[in-house]
Ligand binder design. Structure first.
Ligand SMILES: Cc1cc2nc3c(=O)[nH]c(=O)nc-3n(C[C@H](O)[C@H](O)[C@H](O)COP(=O)(O)O)c2cc1C
Length: 380
């Protein structure tokens, strides 16, 4: 363990963890809003550029395979700091409008909250429900950004509310896509549609036929047409029925022209400490589910579609997700909270060691190998 990691886990994290999680996130934001302190670490994330660069479908070139996952920088406020640490930044989930998210406590009960840390498991529970400062504000933040690394915009709409029809919601989605398209490809290089959160009731309505096709066609036409790489974030599957539904959704997405998936969102979990009584679990304990789901998608879709893996990928597990699981990139949220700013350096060092021990020259070579293997399986 290096000095910087030790400093984080023995000095910084214990202080940060004394604050409730949402307050701690505000402190982190203040630190990552500027690039100065993180600039000291930037050389760490450059590690292995020649071997670890990734080409996503000829559209997006990354210096390495590690991105910050959706939900960490919901309002695109930390772009300067995060660009010093990661190879790409996911912003959002963006909505077409400002939204407070779910209640911060259950009927004012101060023993409940929207984020609960499970320190022993290196996990978190959250039931935030897409709090968002508004599309104008987030896109103004994006405009100010110097675009030193690519942005992936996570987007969603909420199911029809009282007095609203599905057509109204589809219109909201289209208008949001139009506004985001103005920043593609100069600043926003990828778009990740997220109907996968367990914290917004009824979100799976968007996976239903007809609605899904219309939203997919809009995403691929309006945003993909301007040059954005188009991704769909998938909810986890833990049983065969949900597995069949998810694989079906993924296939329809690729048929509609979508270029890839992000696998997986959090795993629904009940807990009385959460303001909603239930939320999504993230971090170490969901890794095995993520790996199983990842393999299911690779098997069903073959090696061509891009797949970003996310879910409990600690630095030492990055080689497993990429080399064994066939992920093109990994995204991280909870392990970054537990591990600190040296996460990317440690993950890249582990990946370089693993590639070397397997005699693989680079991530580009690994992908070519997977495609050749799949081709030879088809021919035999
Ligand atoms: C506090 C919190 C907020 C999140 N918000 C979002 C979100 O707005 N959109 C989304 O697609 N995923 C969101 N996620 C899910 C993460 O992007 C990721 O899929 C999940 O946490 C699993 O990865 P991890 O184990 O690296 O955290 C959130 C996760 C956490 C912990």
């Amino acid at each position: 363990m290096g000095i910087a990691h030790s400093l984080y886990s023995h000095a910084i994290r214990p202080v940060v963890f004394r604050q409730p999680a949402e307050e701690a996130h505000e402190s982190t934001k203040r630190m990552l809003k500027g690039s100065m302190p993180m600039g000291l670490l930037s050389s760490y994330s450059d590690l292995g550029k020649d071997k670890l660069s990734v080409d996503l479908g000829g559209k997006v070139k990354l210096d390495g395979p590690i991105g910050i996952a959706a939900g960490f920088d919901k309002d695109a406020e930390m772009l300067d700091g995060l660009s010093q640490l990661f190879d790409y930044i996911t912003i959002g989930t963006l909505l077409p409008y400002k939204w407070p998210g779910n209640p911060k406590t259950a009927s004012g009960d101060p023993s409940t909250s929207r984020i609960v840390r499970l320190e022993e498991e290196e996990a978190m529970l959250n039931c935030l429900g897409f709090p968002f400062s508004g599309l104008d504000n987030a896109l103004a933040n994006v405009s100010r950004y110097g675009a030193s690394i690519p942005i992936n915009a996570s987007i969603a709409v909420r199911p029809p509310q009282e007095g609203q029809s599905m057509e109204d919601v589809i219109e909201q989605f289209k208008s949001m896509a139009g506004m985001i398209a103005r920043h593609v490809p100069s600043r926003i290089a990828m778009v990740e549609v997220n109907f996968a959160s367990p914290n917004t009731k009824g979100l799976a309505v968007f996976f239903e036929k007809g609605v899904f096709e219309e939203l997919s066609t809009t995403t691929v036409g309006v945003l993909g047409g301007k040059g954005a790489l188009t991704l769909m974030k998938m909810p986890p599957h833990l049983d065969s029925q949900t597995r069949a539904r998810n694989i079906g959704v993924a296939k329809r997405w690729i048929e509609a022209g979508g270029e890839g998936l992000t696998v997986i969102n959090t795993v629904k979990t009940s807990d009385p400490r959460l303001s909603m009584g239930a939320g999504g679990k993230s971090g170490r304990p969901i890794f095995d589910t993520m790996m199983g789901n990842l393999k299911d998608y690779r098997q069903a879709l073959g090696p061509e579609p891009i797949i970003n893996a996310v879910g409990g990928i600690t630095a030492e597990r990055v080689p497993q997700a990429i080399i064994d699981g066939g992920a093109d990139t990994v995204q991280v949220y909870t392990p970054f909270i537990y591990h600190g700013p040296t996460y990317v350096r440690d993950a890249k060092a582990a990946l370089m060691r693993s590639l070397k021990s397997k005699g693989i020259g680079s991530l580009g070579e690994l992908r070519q190998k997977a495609i050749r293997q799949a081709d030879s399986l088809v021919k035999t």
